[in-house]
Design a binder for this molecule. Structure first.
Ligand SMILES: Cc1ncc(COP(=O)(O)O)c(C=O)c1O
Length: 409
């Protein structure tokens, strides 16, 4: 373990919740793909905002409103920097990844995708990147085409390329699979889609917390992620969109702030990003996300990625050495998630027994039912890692699995 890369003791001390006892045992939190934990620095920033800085933004000249506006807009700049977007107006605050994808479906899809058009998705998608497109396809008479995968959980690139034709109008693809941890070759796939003039949305919910992401390098048209999976608060997420596309799109919601002028005869919409931020936004959560970005950036995403890869490799090695366990998802490129099944034991029982030892994992279909169907399993158990997890915690997790096996077999 390259412990020197991350000062793990100091990092863990930043997260008060990691000191919790669950069922009389120290918490081992391995459900980071569902939601990560928040360091004291982010908690303090939220408290400071609520204690000394809160007001509504954009609409007043008084001290607090100007301060809150400045901090909210500074969070947007932090996001821009974090993902290397060209311009800050390309950053739209949303409630999360789900809302960001729905925004693109409504704002872009309902205008530019029509009857007989084709939308390409992958077999690995979270429901958040399936259902909105299915709703659009139903409304417009468009067709969903699905990129197949192999048994390791890797997308079949030849088959992906073969899906493109003159009716292809959109590609919506996860950067990293939440259920299997597969890292898709999104830069290469985006470049391929662009050869056909097809815009690309990347679901980065599971990538942004774990890897350095660069919009100008990936060259995707849209990128979505959630604050609560990257040490920030719930209720905040980001849609990145290329300015020239965002400008062409219809607003997602109508209301205050997204207008320049309103009369009963005609409304003129505001410029981006305001056009897509109707009503009072989650100001506190956006500022909290800014603090989370500061925190992650101070550690460094490159270090986080290396450290988490070592955790994943260690966990994979330990779990593979056990009999009667199948790791589900063995792609060559993976990030921070280990899905598995224990033969003869329902995943929910695995989760329940581990919980009795203070170990939090997730069991179920991981909001990826089509993927579960492809894998021929109703559910999996999934441990997912963050940079504040340790090898010692993985040892406890593996000991927990052995205990499950002893109880059932
Ligand atoms: C890959 C992926 N996409 C989308 C989502 C939805 O994120 P949210 O619930 O924060 O909108 C998740 C959440 O687990 C996810 O893992």
């Amino acid at each position: 373990m390259t412990a020197e890369m991350i000062n793990i003791e100091a990092v863990r001390a930043d997260f008060p919740i990691l000191g919790l006892q669950v069922s009389g045992k120290p918490l081992v939190y391995l459900d980071n793909a569902a939601s990560s934990q928040m360091p004291q620095q982010v908690i303090d920033r939220i408290v400071r905002y609520q204690t000394h800085e809160h007001s509504n933004i954009h609409r007043a000249v008084h001290y607090l409103s100007e301060l809150a506006t400045k901090e909210y807009e500074s969070a947007r700049l932090k996001v821009q920097n974090f993902i290397n977007a060209k311009e800050s107006r390309e950053i739209i605050f949303t409630r999360g990844t789900t809302e960001a994808i729905n925004l693109v479906m409504h704002g872009y899809g309902r205008t530019f995708i029509g009857k007989g058009d084709e939308i390409i998705l992958s077999a690995l998608e979270h429901h958040a990147n399936i259902v909105p497109w299915q709703m659009l396809a139903e409304e417009k008479g468009a067709v969903l085409r699905v990129i197949p995968m192999n048994d390791a959980g890797e997308l079949l690139i030849d088959e992906f390329e073969a899906l493109f034709n003159e009716r292809t109008k959109f590609l919506a693809l996860s950067h990293v699979s939440n259920a299997l941890g597969t890292v898709n070759p999104v830069k290469q796939m985006t470049a391929y889609a662009h050869r056909f003039g097809v815009p690309v949305l990347l679901d980065g919910a599971q990538a942004a917390p774990h890897k350095s992401i660069d919009m100008q390098d990936l060259d995707c048209d849209f990128y979505a992620f959630s604050g609560h999976k990257m040490c920030g608060p719930t209720g905040i997420g980001v849609l990145y969109g290329k300015a020239k596309l965002l400008e062409k799109m219809q607003p997602y919601q109508g209301g205050g702030d997204m207008i320049l002028s309103v009369s009963f005869e005609k409304t003129t919409y505001n410029v981006i990003p305001s056009k897509f931020e109707a009503g009072t936004p989650p100001i506190m959560a956006a500022i909290g996300l800014g603090a989370a970005i500061d925190y992650l950036s101070a550690i460094g995403l490159a270090k986080i990625e290396v450290y988490e890869k070592e955790l994943l490799d260690y966990a994979t090695e330990q779990v593979s050495a056990l009999k009667g366990i199948r790791i589900i998802g063995t792609a060559a490129e993976k990030a921070a998630a280990l899905s598995f099944e224990i033969s003869g034991v329902h995943p929910h029982d695995v989760g329940t027994i581990l919980n009795a030892d203070g170990i939090a994992i997730r069991t179920g279909h991981h909001c990826a039912q089509p993927l579960m169907q492809r894998l021929g399993v109703p559910a999996t158990a999934r441990a997912s890692f963050a940079f504040y997890n340790t090898q010692a915690e993985i040892d406890k997790f593996v000991a927990g699995i052995c205990k499950v096996q002893e109880m059932f077999i």
